[in-house]
Design a protein around this ligand. Structure first.
Ligand code: NAD
Length: 496
């Protein structure tokens, strides 16, 4: 059984805290490791190490910083298979999907390699007579990143490449459910030549999070997780004077218009509903069938769902287990509730035959039809392989469902009508929209983030939002000595 420690100054750090949590392989149900849970002293030690590393890293040239980023990118690209297997062993998703998440994270590293260009400021010559004005962006200091279980590599990579590239030092607090990916990444940074203390990992739970939220040496917090914790992180962190971006939960709808290509839409519903066992913040969990197509669409989704192979993610399965037994049982209880509320279970994942351990946390893909908006299977974020079909008569009803939903992370529309698609992208109150694309996760040079209860704060992740979040702007007004501009003048500076 492995012991999963913190990481500080480019080396594992055991800390003095005595708390631990078990880490399981969801495909076998076996405990495979024990992760350290930081006490306050451990958290402070890691934050202090990051704070000590900041002055030198801030002053490291962009040329040197980017050289290290390029090294990291090359190492990651060459060895991402190792990371994917670590993710599968603790999260459960199939290896190909784990590789996909690493590749999407790698795109942010590649974006951050262009940081010299992204950090260029403005310069105005002769704003006033012989006075120049210019702006620079400077790093914040120690930045905290707190990540969820479902993307143990990609979500941290939404933030830390840009944070490091812009000259900050990082403390990453991964989920205690799958903490090993962060350590592997930390060791890769060391191999890439990142100086001691620039990238650190703090393992733990609420104690570690609370220290990151209140310690004055931490200047910003980037959080991704469920909405109640995102709200808590945002209010606590901002009350402590920090810059906070807190991405929360989701309930993503796909609207299928009557003119859509139903085969394309059905493929998309299966991929977006059941990929990664539905444990994606951009998973589609509500399929809104508009008009007379519902019976055909449900049949097409069902015929694609039934043959899916469920099993250990290291094999040739399409879908792995859920992350923990408790989560598996909770998701199954929503299927029970939907059935009790009168919805029709078209494909039932509760009794699945899985190619994996007997004690694995298995739940097959589940398709539920005739779901109505007051059922808990619709109202709650389930975060499992459960796709609900809601039948409506019109586009307006579909739009209204989405716009009155408290969440606003992702959505998609399936249609062959460009005008309808354009109207949808204009009217829908959601942060990320797909048109005949079911999981519209933006590229690294755009920014990722939802609206409403899916994001608290003003900044989305990566892209230019990321560069701005991890830097502060300074405007400088400069005049080099010129005798004609001397003398005393008590009035407010005016341009001449
Ligand atoms: P979670 O909220 O339980 O945990 C997220 C992080 O917060 C973890 O690091 C955890 O240790 C910490 N945490 C948990 N309870 C805490 C508490 N009481 N106080 C302080 N910190 C606490 O989320 P999860 O179950 O790990 O991840 C799934 C959730 O994340 C889903 O709701 C999903 O939609 C969301 N998510 C959102 C996005 C997005 O981009 N909006 C992306 C991925 C996941």
């Amino acid at each position: 059984m492995s012991t999963i420690t913190h990481w500080m100054n480019n080396a594992p750090f055991t800390g003095t805290g005595t708390g631990t949590a078990p880490v399981t392989n969801p495909a076998t149900g076996q405990v495979t490791g024990e992760v350290a849970l930081a006490g306050v002293e451990d958290a402070r030690a890691v934050i202090d190490a990051a704070a000590a590393a900041f002055p030198a890293w801030r002053d490291t040239s962009l040329a040197k910083r980017t050289a290290i980023l390029f090294n990291f990118r090359e190492l990651l690209n060459a060895r991402k298979g190792e990371l994917a297997r670590i993710i599968t062993a603790e999260h459960g998703k199939v290896v190909s999907d784990a590789l996909g998440e690493v590749s999407r994270g790698q795109e942010v590293v590649e974006f951050a390699c262009g940081i010299p260009h992204l950090l260029k400021g403005g310069f105005t010559e002769n704003a006033s007579t012989k006075v120049d004005v210019y702006s620079v962006r400077q790093p914040l200091g120690v930045v905290g990143v707190i990540s969820p279980f479902n993307f143990p590599a990609m979500v941290p990579m939404w933030f830390f490449p840009i944070a490091i590239a812009t000259g900050n030092t990082v403390v990453l607090k991964p989920s205690e459910k799958d903490p090993s990916a962060a350590l592997w990444i930390a060791a890769l940074w060391a191999e890439a030549g990142l100086p001691d203390g620039v990238f650190n990992v703090l393992q733990g739970d609420k104690t570690a999070v609370d220290e990151l939220l209140t310690n004055p040496k931490v200047k910003s917090v980037s959080f991704v997780g469920s909405t109640p914790i995102a709200q808590y992180v945002y209010s606590t962190g901002t009350a402590a004077g920090k810059r906070v971006q807190a991405l929360g939960g989701a309930k993503n709808h796909a609207v299928i218009l009557p003119d859509a290509d139903l085969d394309l839409a059905a493929d998309a519903m299966v991929n977006a509903g059941f990929g990664s066992a539905g444990e994606r913040c951009m998973a589609i969990s509500a399929c809104v069938a508009v008009g007379p197509i519902a019976d055909d669409l449900v049949a097409k989704i069902a015929e694609r769902t039934t043959p899916l192979k469920i099993g250990d993610g290291t094999g040739d399965s399409d879908m792995g287990p859920l992350v923990t037994k408790a989560h598996r049982d909770k998701v199954a209880s929503y299927i029970d509730a939907g059935e009790a509320d009168g919805a029709k279970i078209v494909v039932d994942g509760r009794s699945v035959e899985a190619d994996g351990g007997e004690q694995g946390f298995w739940l097959g893909p589940t398709l539920i039809d005739h779901v109505t908006p007051e059922m808990s299977v619709y109202t709650d974020e389930i975060f499992g392989p459960v796709l609900s079909v809601v039948r409506v008569e019109t586009y307006d009803e579909a739009l209204d469902l989405i716009n009155t939903n408290p969440y606003g992370n992702g959505t998609a529309i399936f249609t062959n009508d460009g005008g309808a698609a354009r109207r949808f992208q204009n009217e829908v109150q959601v942060g990320m929209v797909g048109i005949n694309v079911p999981i519209p996760v933006p590229m690294a040079y755009y920014s990722f983030g939802g609206w409403k209860a899916s994001l608290f704060g003003d900044s989305h992740a990566h892209g230019m939002d990321g560069v701005q979040f991890f830097t502060r702007q300074k405007a400088i007004t400069s005049r080099w000595l010129d005798p004609s501009h001397g003398g005393i003048e008590l009035g407010f500076p005016q341009n001449q």
